[in-house]
Design a protein around this ligand. Structure first.
Ligand code: FBP
Length: 545
């Protein structure tokens, strides 16, 4: 395999570990925990894994340990640093006992069910240290949630002598990891299940999890691109760039990129919802800024749009909720099957309430079709397929024309998502991910199950990071999904009273009027620490003392 000069140099990078993980550890247990909501119901559903204490690893005594075979799964969308979670886990299990083995299940959770796996040896691991992507074993979006799947899984786990499974995934995958942990514990199968918080979206975070891995690198990659566009924009002074950013429902990515690049406009879905804004309100907000800049002779600018925007506009949110209900078969809880797309649309139109039908019909046809047709395997609307950047610029142009403002309004459109999901991890993600994986091996050695690997205090130097585990049930509540009440990890959306949003809100009018662009440039791996090791602005603002 031909490697780039950076890949070769980067392979030699030794990720940093928290001091607590640099030698033998002992698990310091906190008080019993409770779920974030619906305590009685979650306790009933998870009798074996509910209420466990939060764990912090501190220096302990060296102990001789038996070899342990571990399995690992990458689940869902790619996020920079996944290979370092696996290399940290590999180094961790080998340090427990060099005879330990690590098996990777191929192409996501489906690999466990289909018995598709490979042993990860040191030769393989060394090829992937500090690289982006999930290609070492591949990823997939199969949901692990049925007993038949758990039973198929235990067959191969027994065959390979695997005593612990590490699932690297987002909120849905870690919810499933928790259900699996509970199932294997209830059946006394002797297999531990540990989760790791992955997703570029940044929406798997709470009091215990500071950030999900990949968010740092993905945002830095998009911010580099936005900065480049802003330089181009400020040079030619003739285009408005509408830039949609991945992130599923939450606007963390758009907000972080705005903090890094200071664009003229950044929409935050959570604010749109809180203010009860309609699509027309959003269009007016953009059009007013375009017109104000035009009045100053500035017929150019940048607009950042979170990909989930559309589902936060209250009327559309209500419509989506009903679509989710009617498109689920109540008998099976599975998505209904249709003969054709047209049959599905006809069924939707006849099944939904009158007011929702009116909202559906008011949308441009392509958007309406999208909303009716596509779902991911977790039942979520596939927001990344909706071209909101084009929808909004089209509507802003119309609005400006109708109101006789801004004679020159030329647009360019971009969608940044896949460009950043497999970027080589920043130093932050390289260290964070390696630590998460290594730490997972310590949770396994401590006999824990139903826990997520956590590393905290990450705005401090890596040596001072705090390593441990949080019971996954602690993050759960009951939510309506696919027409049924389900125990799930609560998704973290942008908090409007949080420091990152407040900072943005305090500066956005100035950024709208003036041209205050910041050009972050590419991620740097070698050089001064203030250039190479800065955490995200979101984390810095959240943790500012
Ligand atoms: P995860 O929640 O699986 O980490 O997904 C991240 C993400 O990149 C979202 O931002 C985006 O909406 C989605 O994946 C796109 O999914 P796909 O890779 O299947 O196109």
């Amino acid at each position: 395999m031909t490697k780039s000069a950076l890949q070769i140099a980067r392979a030699a990078y030794q990720p940093k570990l928290p001091k607590a993980l640099q030698g033998p550890v002992s698990a310091k247990e906190g008080a019993a925990t409770q779920s974030v909501g619906d305590q009685a119901k979650i306790k009933e559903l998870f009798p074996n894994t509910y209420g466990l204490p939060v764990i912090e690893f501190v220096a302990g005594e060296a102990q001789k340990q038996e070899p342990i075979n571990v399995g690992v799964i990458l689940s869902g969308g790619q996020a920079p640093g996944g290979h370092n979670v696996i290399s940290g886990l590999f180094d961790g299990v080998k340090s427990i006992n060099p005879e330990s083995k690590l098996y990777g299940f191929i192409l996501g959770p489906g690999g466990l069910v289909d018995h598709n796996y490979m042993e990860l040896t040191s030769d393989i691991i060394d090829e992937y240290r500090n690289t982006g992507g999930f290609d070492i074993i591949g990823s997939g979006r199969t949901k692990l949630e049925k007993e038949e799947q758990f039973e198929k899984g235990i067959e191969i786990l027994r065959q390979l002598g695997i005593k612990a499974l590490v699932i690297i995934g987002g909120d849905d995958s870690n919810t499933n990891a928790c259900v699996l942990a509970e199932y294997y514990a209830a059946k006394k199968y002797g297999v531990q299940v540990i989760g790791c918080p992955k997703t570029i979206d940044g929406d798997l975070k709470n009091e215990q999890i500071e950030t999900s891995f990949g968010f740092d690198t993905a945002c830095k990659t998009y911010s580099e691109l936005i900065g480049n566009i802003q330089r181009d924009c400020n040079s030619a002074r003739k285009y408005w760039h509408f830039i949609k950013l991945m992130g599923r429902s939450a606007s963390h990515i758009a907000l972080e990129c705005a903090l890094q690049t200071q664009p003229n406009i950044c929409l935050v879905s959570e604010e749109v919802e809180a203010k009860g804004m309609s699509l027309d309100d959003v269009v007016n907000y953009i059009a007013d800024i375009v017109a104000a800049r035009a009045a100053e002779g500035n017929n150019f600018g940048t607009v950042l749009i979170p990909e989930g925007l559309i589902e936060f506009i209250p009327a559309i949110k209500k419509l989506i909720r009903e679509l989710n209900e009617v498109l689920t078969d109540p008998a099976t809880g599975e998505p209904r099957e249709f003969e054709s797309a047209d049959a599905q649309i006809a069924f939707v139109k006849k099944s939904i309430a009158k007011d929702n039908r009116a909202v559906l019909e008011s949308l441009p046809e392509d958007v309406a079709r999208q909303l009716c047709l596509d779902r991911d395997p977790h039942g979520n609307v596939q927001v990344s397929l909706i071209e909101t950047e084009k929808l909004l610029s089209r509507m802003v142009a119309k609005k400006l024309k109708e109101t006789h403002r801004a004679p020159k309004f030329s647009t360019q459109h971009h969608f940044f998502g896949y460009e950043g999901r497999c970027a080589a991890p920043s130093n932050y993600d390289a260290d964070y991910c390696y630590s998460l994986g290594f730490n997972a091996s310590r949770l396994i050695a401590a006999g824990k199950t139903g826990y997520m690997s956590i590393i905290r205090n990450t705005t401090a130097p890596a040596a001072e990071w705090i390593a441990g585990g949080v019971p996954i049930t602690m993050m759960m509540n009951i939510e309506r999904r696919n027409g049924a009440d389900k125990p799930v990890i609560r998704k973290a959306l942008v908090e409007l009273d949080g420091a990152p949003f407040k900072f943005f809100a305090a500066h956005r009018d100035e950024w709208a009027k003036q041209t205050s662009y910041v050009y972050p440039g590419p991620i740097q791996y070698f050089g001064p620490t203030e250039v190479c090791d800065q955490p995200t602005k979101t984390l810095q603002l959240e943790q500012a003392k």
